[in-house]
Design a protein around this ligand. Structure first.
Ligand SMILES: Nc1ncnc2c1ncn2[C@@H]1O[C@H](COP(=O)(O)OP(=O)(O)O)[C@@H](O)[C@H]1O
Ligand SMILES: [Mg+2]
Length: 160
């Protein structure tokens, strides 16, 4: 499923619509270049999860994992500065991936297994992958791909 956003505000709305549909244990993987809008979209997801709008969302570059109090605990991870899989393993992500919250990971490219690019490390299977492509200064193309053995309902992004 694809969707074009024409502005940062539209990206925020797109995220918000997704966020309101999420449930405990959901994993959102964000792919895309620097400035694509991963953090902006994350902010929208957080608002959709009823996080207070005064809450300032920014990439957890130094802490690596931020936790926000939405209607479910939200874990926001940015792997930009991570160099290898060893470092990812040392973060102890399994503990948060398989619990009660919603996990959002920026730079999910870094989770791809080197030998099998269609596989992700940490045994991540069920997830929603979102690829954000920069089309122009203000336009972004979002591609949503759900990986889940059971059918599940995400919002109909074509209606936004
Ligand atoms: N349609 C759009 N959606 C999201 N961001 C946009 C859009 N158009 C322009 N931008 C700008 O792109 C930048 C995206 O930043 P950010 O969300 O931090 O990206 P990333 O986390 O992917 O590096 C912001 O400066 C934002 O204003
Ligand atoms: Mg970011």
């Amino acid at each position: 499923m694809k969707k074009i956003s024409h502005s940062p505000e539209e990206t925020l709305q797109l995220g918000e619509s997704l966020g309101s549909s999420l449930g405990a244990g959901d994993i959102i993987l964000l792919f895309g270049d620097l400035g694509a809008g991963k953090t902006r979209f994350t902010q929208g997801i957080c608002y959709g999860l009823e996080l207070d709008k005064d809450f300032y969302i920014r990439s957890p570059t130094f802490t690596l994992i931020n936790e926000y109090p939405g209607r479910l605990p939200i874990y926001h991870i940015d792997l930009y500065r991570i160099d290898d899989h060893e470092e990812i393993y040392s973060l102890g992500l399994e503990e948060i991936l398989y619990t009660r919250g919603v996990t959002i990971i920026e730079w999910a490219e870094k989770l791809r297994s080197a030998r099998k690019p269609d596989k992700l490390i940490l045994n991540i299977q069920d997830r929603l992958e979102i690829n954000i492509k920069i089309i122009s200064d203000s336009q972004r193309e979002f591609t949503f791909t759900s990986f889940s053995p059971e059918p599940r309902s995400f919002p109909d992004f074509t209606l936004l």
